[in-house]
Every structure is written in C-alpha cells, then in structure tokens.
Design a protein around this ligand. Structure first.
Ligand SMILES: [Fe+2]
Length: 299
C-alpha cells in the first residue's frame, strides 16, 4: 500500500440483521470507501471504491483498491457486490478494477443513463453504454449481501442518479448529508438540484432515528479527525444545513448561494470521463494509450 493512500480502516460492529461496516478514509480526496460485511455469512459489498489518479503525471494506480483487497483476503470475505452511489466528480471509481480482481457484479443507480446523456454532449463523445455495470438500480429495488436484505432509495439532487443503499440499520448516503458539522452536498453539477436534494434528505431523515448513516466524504472542518458515521437522530438535531427542521425554501436559498462560491472539483472533467464508463479509462488510441478530453469554456 502506498503511503497515505488510505488511512487505517475503522470498523463499527453490527446489531443483529445488520452489517459490520468498515470505513477506509482516502486522504487525498476526503472520500470514504466502505466494506459492508454480513457477519453471519462473511459475504460483503464494497461501496464507492477509489482508484488513485495523479493529475500532474496522468498516472493511475491501485494502491487504495489493493489495500481493500488485502483486508478482504485477510478476513476471508466473499464479495457479492461492488457498488457506486453515483458517478463521482472528485475521484475515479475502482469498480471495474475490483470486478476484474474479484469477479463480483458492479451496480449503480439506473438514472446514470441520464447523466451519461448530459456529459456526452459536454465532451462531444459517442454515446456511453449502460452495459458498463452488471445491474442498474431503480428506486425501491432490493438485493442481498449474504443473508442481509439491502434496498435502494433514489436520492437525487447532488446528481440525477444518486442512490442511498440501506442495509439493516445502516444507510450509505454518500453526497447527501455529510457529518452534522459539515452539512450537505453541493448541487451545482450538471443535473443537480438543491430542492431535489432537500426532498432526498427528507427520505433519509424518515428512516428510524437509530439508523447509522455513513457519509461519502469528510473534509475535516477545523482540522478535526476524519469522521463518517452519524445517526438519523443526530442529523435531525444537529446538521448545520438541515437540522432543527430547516424548511425547503431556506435550504434551497442557502445551498444555491453557497454553491456559487465553490470552485469546481479539480478532477471533475477527468473523473466523469472514467466514472461514466464504470471506472474504465477511455478506450486506448492506436498507440495503446488512453487519453482524456478537456472541453474549453464549457463551465
Ligand atoms: Fe459526489
């Protein structure tokens, strides 16, 4: 494992019918990769795995994904699913790489097709395929991780296709709610909507109060240690953007004003070209090398 690719994983034990959850913090992008384990069968899912990319050199490496493979081997886990919550704008997905290594099926929200259409135009590329994933989840779809029941809640707003995965008492909410002191995710990418995100967050907050919520990012405000787990009750009370019963109009005004002040993610134009192909680099050219396209003045 390369130095500092992923910090030491931290685990949360499960209650009965619920998964053991291990979070791996990716320092460079503030992303959290999850290993979601059914303790009864030792079957597991990986959520939002990261491929390492150095934009200065164009080098793509697998240290972070390999660190997770090592834990999977050490713990003797069988991976049932490699899941993404949405096409990320800040890092490359390691889904395709891990599928190659583990043979497990990949999945993402079905509305990824709508995001592909938006970005095909921006990049002026031929149509993307939805065949890059083995399964596309619609709102309400269910699946299993070992003996655990999992279900999908469409949670659009940050992107058109964002989904939350609910497994027992755990929900993987990615870019909707962050930790209570950090608020909520931005909504200004193509297809984003603050009012839609508000409604999606209400769906998450309607889960039982004790539900463990696992966020997709933490940017360590004021230099505190990285955190990624909260509960519905904590978020309802303390979330700096939506806690205390904040209404939709105030939320949307706050979110839209704040988004205008945020620079676009450094890797957005690179990351979408990979993530809309399920974590595959663009097809190689006749010299065997892959290239990215950067649209000038599209944003
Ligand atoms: Fe995101």
């Amino acid at each position: 494992m390369a130095m500092n690719a992923l910090s030491e994983p931290r685990s949360t034990p499960s209650t009965s019918g619920s998964p053991d959850v291990t979070g791996f913090y990716h320092e460079k992008t503030g992303s959290i990769v999850y290993l979601v384990v059914d303790p009864a069968t030792r079957h597991a899912a990986i959520i939002d795995p990261v491929l390492d990319f150095d934009p200065r050199s164009g080098r793509v490496t697998t240290a972070s994904a390999d660190a997770i493979l090592k834990v999977i081997a050490e713990r003797g886990l069988t991976i049932d699913w490699i899941l993404d919550t949405h096409p990320h704008a800040d890092h490359f997905s390691a889904a395709a790489y891990l599928k190659e290594k583990l043979g497990a099926p990949t999945a993402i929200g079905a509305k990824v097709a709508d995001i592909q259409k938006l970005w095909e135009k921006i990049y002026n590329l031929p149509p993307y395929s939805t065949q890059y994933w083995d399964r596309l989840f619609a709102d309400g779809d269910t699946f299993r991780i070992g003996s655990l029941d999992a279900r999908v809640i469409l949670c659009a707003g940050h992107t058109l296709a964002s989904v939350t995965y609910v497994v027992g008492d755990a929900a993987f909410v990615h870019d909707t709610l962050f930790q209570p002191d950090s608020g909520t995710a931005r909504c200004d990418f193509p297809g984003g909507s603050a009012s839609t995100l508000y409604d999606s967050i209400q769906r998450i907050l309607a889960l039982p109060d004790a539900t463990r919520l696992f966020t997709g990012h933490d940017y360590r405000p004021n230099g505190r240690p990285a955190q990624w787990e909260s509960t519905v009750a904590q978020q309802k009370r303390d979330n700096t953007h939506v806690g205390g019963g904040c209404d939709r109009t105030s939320y949307v005004a706050m979110r839209e004003a704040r988004d205008k002040t945020l620079p676009l993610p450094e890797l957005m134009l690179a990351a979408l070209q990979v993530n809309l192909r399920g974590g595959r680099l663009p097809d190689p050219e006749d010299n065997g090398r892959s290239y990215l396209k950067i649209p000038f003045n599209a944003f």
